[in-house]
Design a protein around this ligand. Structure first.
Ligand SMILES: [Zn+2]
Length: 250
């Protein structure tokens, strides 16, 4: 029993089969992300199509156009929408100051929408941790997940200090990522989540093949071993955490 708390199902090849494979592998629920309004609408459609799929609606930092906030607000009333995501800040392309200002505007507005609707956020961070931290810290009471967590222990503690959860992906399966493995080992049991970020975010042993939600097991096995618990025990705690934070899944 595991929950894939962040993936892009519409980008996964043969998504119907991918959902079936995942369920057969023990992934009992999946949260598929939107990256703009159109893909957010499709995320809701995928959630309507599969009992085991839930939707998040969001506007990714790398978009060119501004989000239609009124349209997003309407989508949030759908009971199959369990989070706002994928949202966040991306400094990876070294955006100019004006572009980062725009990203900050969207990110803040979408965090506010989530908060008003009592929904958690699934947050993307790339070369932007300080700014992301400031946006989240300015909104006490907002809950959420640091998706694809790949920062160090100090940053883990800062985001945990805001009440956020850490979601570990395939990166943690790489033996070379000792620091990240230590973060996954030390993460408080009630703040730990898992994800594939399919079709991105491959596990070490599957480099070169597009990721699928069934491969969540690769990451879960490594995290269970790091924490010295059984796969079943990890699945139980991760599922409980997911159901608590994404409370509309219950
Ligand atoms: Zn993503």
């Amino acid at each position: 029993m595991l929950v894939d708390t962040h993936l892009h199902l519409e980008e996964v090849e043969d998504s119907d089969a991918a959902v079936e494979e995942a369920v057969a592998a023990g992934v009992t629920a999946m949260i598929t992300m939107g990256t703009d309004l159109a893909s957010s609408v499709r995320a809701v459609e995928l959630a309507e199509r599969h009992d085991t799929v839930f939707a998040a609606v969001g506007h990714h930092a790398m978009n060119d156009a501004d989000p239609d906030l009124a349209a997003f607000a309407r989508l949030l009333d759908d009971p199959l929408v369990v989070a706002v995501g994928e949202i966040g800040l991306d400094g990876g392309g070294q955006p100019g100051y004006a572009q980062m200002e725009r990203q900050m505007g969207w990110f803040g507005a979408l965090c506010d929408l989530a908060h008003e609707h009592g929904l958690p956020v699934s947050v993307h961070v790339r070369e932007s941790e300080e700014l992301v931290y400031r946006v989240l810290r300015a909104r006490p009471g907002l809950t959420g997940v640091m998706h694809y967590f790949s920062l160090d222990q100090e940053w883990a503690e800062r985001f945990l200090g805001l009440g956020f959860h850490l979601s570990f992906a395939g990166l943690v399966t790489r033996a070379t990522r000792g620091g990240l493995r230590e973060v996954a080992r030390a993460c408080p049991a009630d703040r730990l989540l898992l994800e594939t970020d399919s079709p991105y975010g491959q596990a070490h042993k599957r480099m070169g093949t597009p990721n699928r939600p069934a491969y969540l097991l690769d990451t879960a096995e490594v995290v269970a071993e790091l924490r010295g618990i059984s796969l079943d025990a990890l699945g139980e705690l991760e599922t409980a955490n997911a159901l608590r934070i994404f409370s509309r899944m219950r």
